[in-house]
Design a binder for this molecule. Structure first.
Ligand SMILES: Nc1nc2c(ncn2[C@@H]2O[C@H](COP(=O)(O)OP(=O)(O)OP(=O)(O)O)[C@@H](O)[C@H]2O)c(=O)[nH]1
Ligand SMILES: [Mg+2]
Length: 402
């Protein structure tokens, strides 16, 4: 299973409470206060790890709850701190803090003064009835609820829409990078901290503080330098196999690749390494969820260059120039920044007899577009392709720096 977007709930540990205790020992009268401090609660910490490639762990354990701190004890003993919960996530994970989704009606019921300022701003009805709150009064009769369906349709929450993702709080890109998602609560002070000359027997101690908590959305955007985009069957996986040691599934039917595949291209003699990301096939109407949709394009958002792979032989009875236009259109519809990236147009299947004619026609139609002819299945043009992507990536890096 490949999971690249998941909602989690995280809660740091509550701090332990301070103790109220007095020293008692034979022959020592008025031993004084001796209540120890509570331990701090454990924090929820995210750590980027390059050995993981998706968020499947959070799919199975979506509630990340750290240990609470132990309470203080007598004889001046402090409680143990709660253990931090370290959660490993793949490199390239973005963390969004979701908006508070508590229905305003519940807020109203819980808030003591009965009116809450946020209540009006936070529309909680969504089109699905399962998300509507069930209101039960103490007598068991449910209260009537007025729902404005026309407004509800406008407010329908799309969790992956950028405006509903909330606030971006972290981007974990490098191996070992840590981020404290929820901070553990401070432990309370025991009563020995409150003894003064004038108040020698304090019979109170501090309670621990609660840890922070919240709903978060983890989104994985693979970190790779080069992204391979193309129609299904264009030969993206074949190309990845030819240039790296990755072994994605290759077959002559569309949508063989269902989720992103990573390959590493190594250059000799300097052992330079570049990461290439092969994504599923993109087709016309992908923005309307045709085929596999276009959400997987998030994995090429971080790429420095894009390789537009075209089936120059037109094996699926499509014309390469139509594919080219459609690919650009779909990329733009997903994120206009994708068409701004430096890109390389690569003509695959050049070994097929039809390819030569199509390539000529393509070049006359798009005079300014440079096309690199290759045959991934028969290893033609691979060296040139590898060198070109390296040059393009280096140029993109230089442009980024300047
Ligand atoms: N003749 C020829 N066939 C090729 C070439 N490259 C790939 N193919 C064939 O094209 C078919 C599809 O190749 P894939 O690599 O699975 O294509 P893909 O773009 O990854 O397709 P999806 O994963 O479905 O998006 C396979 O049958 C390959 O053998 C090539 O250079 N020449
Ligand atoms: Mg494939």
């Amino acid at each position: 299973m490949f999971i690249d977007e998941i909602k989690v709930y995280a809660k740091a540990g509550h701090g332990g409470k301070g103790a109220v205790a007095f020293h008692r020992e034979a022959y020592i009268t008025k031993g004084g206060p001796s209540g120890g401090n509570g331990g701090r609660g454990g924090s929820v910490i995210l750590q980027a790890d390059h050995d993981l490639n998706n968020l499947v762990q959070q799919f199975y354990v979506p509630r990340l709850i750290a240990e609470v701190g132990e309470g203080g004890m007598g004889k001046g003993k402090d409680g143990l701190a709660g253990k931090d919960l370290i959660i490993k996530v793949p490199c390239g994970t973005l963390v969004w803090r979701l908006k508070d989704t508590t229905p305003p009606i519940q807020k109203k019921m819980t808030s003591p003064d009965g009116d809450d300022e946020d209540a009006e701003e936070n529309p909680f009805f969504t089109t699905g009835t399962s998300n509507r709150p069930v209101i039960r009064s103490s007598s068991g009769i449910s209260a009537a609820l007025e729902v404005d369906l026309s407004k509800e349709a406008e407010d329908a929450v799309k969790p992956s829409a950028p405006e509903n993702k909330g606030e971006l709080v972290a981007d974990l890109t490098t191996h070992g990078q840590q981020f404290v998602l929820c901070k553990g609560g401070r432990g309370g002070l025991g009563n020995r901290n409150f003894a003064t000359a004038r108040h020698q027997t304090p019979r109170f101690a501090q309670p621990g503080e609660p840890g922070t908590e919240g709903d978060y959305l983890f989104e994985l955007r693979i970190v790779a330098e080069i992204g391979l985009v193309g129609y299904p069957n264009a030969g993206k996986s074949t190309l990845l196999t030819a240039i790296s040691r990755a072994r994605p599934k290759i077959a002559a039917y569309p949508f063989t690749t269902l989720h992103p595949q990573i390959g590493i291209v190594e250059y000799l003699p300097d052992f330079k390494r570049l990461t290439v990301c092969d994504v599923p096939g993109l087709i016309e109407g992908a923005h309307n969820n045709v085929g596999l949709g276009h959400k997987f394009l998030r994995h090429i958002q971080r790429c420095k260059i894009l390789v537009l792979l075209l089936d120059m032989a037109g094996t699926d009875n499509r014309k390469p120039w139509d594919d080219y236009k459609q690919l650009l259109k779909e990329l733009e519809l997903y994120d206009p920044a994708l068409v701004e990236k430096p890109r390389l147009v690569v003509a695959n299947k050049i070994d097929e007899p039809a390819a030569e004619k199509f390539l000529k026609q393509f070049k006359t139609k798009f005079k300014k577009v440079k096309v690199l002819p290759i045959s991934a299945a028969f290893d033609q043009g691979m060296d040139k392709f590898k060198q070109t992507i390296r040059k393009e990536v280096e140029a993109a890096e230089a442009a980024e720096k300047s």
